[in-house]
Design a protein. Structure first.
Length: 655
């Protein structure tokens, strides 16, 4: 009589014994509680399909929704027992709000079952042989002695009996089929998974702040930026930059539509909620192609002290969902931490939050937070880079002198690189100061190239390198960098504006006007676009349109009273009188120090006073104003090119 059969499953180095309710790894028991074991077994037995959460809840928890969190914990226990990382699932695949599927290797171990069956059948075969002999003997004893033996019928059982060797062959065949068929299925399953191409582009939408407290906006924005920065270090992965994704902040969007707008294959969306010192984070990765969920997180609940580990885990999970194979350097970059001090990190995030507002007041607040972060961790390289960027912008906004601003910026960038010479942001910041203040063009280019080598997804490095190339007259190379910038940040108004400047400097005035109008359609209150629109109109002889566009920029920069004065003068006295009025306005004591010498030179060019224009260019040179290096190719300077003083300035600028 055959013994009770049991079925075992081999999952790579693991073995599941269904009867004994035992999980083993290389013959050593692995602890797995009763419920997680049942769920694992159920997933294995239904591995040909996705098992929905509702089905598992109904089957193991009587369908009570209150136990939904128990299911998540149950799957977590299974992952732990199988030594599986959530960022790289080998056994259990999670589908956002849908369910789970077993995707790992499976072999059904039926060796004992078949062996037992063969022994039973062999025993039956032996019994049959014995009965045959007895039957033959009886038949022979009972046969009519007058009948010839040759005419006796053969034993009846022989006409139906399959020989013992044949039975063994059949069962050996079944055994081989049982062993190799699951392997074949698993191989085909893995082949199908491998056939799915990695996703090569992603947009990380701003994490929603569910805390109900605007004071935590810095945290949701900061974690979004941190994920963008981490993912941008993965070779071959295009990651959309901050400004484009943050245009969707606070809006109800469909991920697939956002992805198509930004030109990516996948979109990450999620939320973060802070409750005192605890964080709750949820996220999911959506395919733009069909809206399917590539990866979904469990609901992370962590202490604020675990924020670094949390970000690391999410970044790895996203990479796994994108089916991106990480090399050693990618792993190193994803795991890299710029500080281990949680307080310093939060102060840095606040610094970034205020930096992104780009006002003089917010930049000064940003500096305060960066300095506090450095006080908590003097080796925080990213915080030094943040200081460099703030000081550079303050110099551009003329909130400080170029000398003071760029000197502080250079010192901060150099300090960051002393701490970490692999920091693309620091190389970019240093390159900016070298190019636009020190006029050390050779070393500036080295810094920009090094930054892009370290992080090809760093849009700001492409932007500033492109601006440097325009100033150097290397327009074909500049266009390539501008295009890369827009690929990484397609809806950024600043990067769109850089293309207007490129068209203007390369004397493609119609294209500059067309591009400006596109930007105005995107945002009619973007002040900078009206400046280059004014320049382009002027070069085409459309002086009235040029004057009106300039007045619009003055208004949008917050000088409503001055803009109204200019409109009145333009209407009553004409274009030249309007420019003279503007010179009068910027010469007022309250504006004298906060208005660039370059702009004053332009005003005098437009009224035809070459000598005063050259005087102000000399002052711009002495001050090292930011845009002075653009004078070699700027169309505005055409009337001055033959002047000896102008040529002398170019030589002194190393141009």
């Amino acid at each position: 009589m055959s013994e009770q059969l049991r079925k075992n499953y081999r999952l790579g180095e693991f073995e599941v014994d269904a009867d004994k309710r035992l999980l083993k790894r290389r013959d050593k028991p692995v602890h797995l509680a009763h419920k997680p074991f049942d769920v694992l077994l159920y997933l294995i037995e239904n591995r040909e399909r996705l098992v929905r959460r509702e089905e598992l809840l109904e089957h193991f928890w009587n369908g009570l929704d209150v136990y939904d969190v128990n299911l998540s914990k149950c799957v977590g226990a299974i992952r732990k027992a199988l030594n599986e990382r959530t960022d790289n699932p080998r056994f259990i695949e999670t589908r956002w709000a849908e369910g789970y599927r077993y995707i790992g290797p499976v072999e059904e171990d039926l060796t004992k079952e078949l062996s037992t069956s063969i022994e039973t059948l062999n025993q039956k075969d032996d019994d049959s042989e014995s009965k045959k002999k007895t039957s033959d003997f009886v038949n022979l004893e009972e046969k009519d002695s007058t009948v010839e033996p040759a005419l006796l019928p053969a034993n009846r059982s022989e006409t139906k009996k399959v020989s013992r060797p044949t039975l063994i062959a059949i069962f050996v065949g079944l055994l081989l089929f049982t062993i190799f068929f699951p392997i074949l299925v698993t191989f085909r399953s893995h082949s199908n998974q491998k056939s799915k191409a990695p996703v090569r582009s992603i947009a990380v939408l701003p994490l929603k702040n569910l805390s109900g407290d605007a004071a935590n906006e810095y945290l949701s924005e900061g974690m979004t930026e941190s994920l963008i920065t981490a993912l941008s270090k993965i070779d071959g992965l295009k990651v959309i930059s901050r400004s484009s994704v943050f245009r969707f902040k606070g809006t109800d969007v469909v991920p697939e539509e956002v992805g198509k707008t930004l030109g990516v294959a996948a979109v990450l969306e999620g939320s973060i909620k802070r409750d005192n010192d605890y964080l709750k984070v949820a996220a999911r990765l959506v395919s733009v192609e069909d809206g399917s969920v590539l990866w979904t997180s469990e609901n992370y609940e962590r202490s604020i002290g675990d924020i670094f580990a949390l970000q690391d885990e999410i970044a790895h999970n996203i990479a796994a969902g994108l089916r991106v194979k990480l090399n050693g350097e990618n792993e190193k970059q994803l795991a890299k931490r710029y500080t281990d001090n949680v307080e310093a990190y939060q102060l840095y995030l606040k610094g970034r939050y205020f930096w992104n507002k780009r006002t003089i007041e917010s930049l000064n607040k940003s500096i305060e937070h960066y300095e506090q972060a450095i006080a908590k961790d003097p080796n925080y390289a990213l915080a030094y880079t943040g200081l460099a960027d703030c000081y550079q912008l303050l110099a551009e906004y003329l909130a400080t002198t170029p000398k003071e601003g760029f000197t502080k910026a250079r010192a901060a960038a150099v300090k960051a690189l002393e701490i970490d010479d692999q920091l693309a942001e620091a190389h970019t910041s240093l390159g900016y100061t070298l190019a636009f203040y020190d006029w050390d063009f050779a070393n500036a280019e080295k810094e920009f190239k090094r930054a892009l080598e370290l992080n090809p997804n760093y849009a700001t490095a492409h932007q500033w390198y492109a601006e440097y190339l325009v100033a150097a007259g290397r327009f074909d190379e500049a266009r390539i960098e501008h295009e890369k910038t827009l690929q990484l940040d397609p809806t950024s108004l600043v990067f769109q504006m850089d293309f207007v400047a490129y068209y203007y400097v390369t004397r493609q005035f119609d294209q500059a006007i067309s591009q400006s109008q596109k930007i105005i359609e995107m945002d009619p209150n973007f002040a900078y676009v009206y400046i280059f629109l004014s320049f382009s109109y002027g070069q085409k002889g459309m002086k009235q349109e040029a004057a009106e566009s300039y007045i619009k920029s003055v208004e949008l920069f917050g000088e409503a009273r001055e803009a109204e004065e200019l409109r009145n003068v333009l209407t009553k006295s004409g274009i030249k009188a309007m420019w003279l009025k503007r010179i009068e306005q910027v010469d007022a004591p309250q504006k004298r120090e906060s208005f660039s010498a370059e702009w004053r030179a332009l005003f005098y060019i437009w009224i035809g006073d070459k000598e005063k224009a050259l005087d102000w260019l000399e002052i711009a040179f002495e001050r090292r104003d930011r845009w002075i290096i653009n004078m070699k190719y700027s169309p505005e300077m055409d009337t001055l090119r033959s002047e000896p003083r102008f040529q002398n300035l170019l030589r002194r600028l190393n141009l």
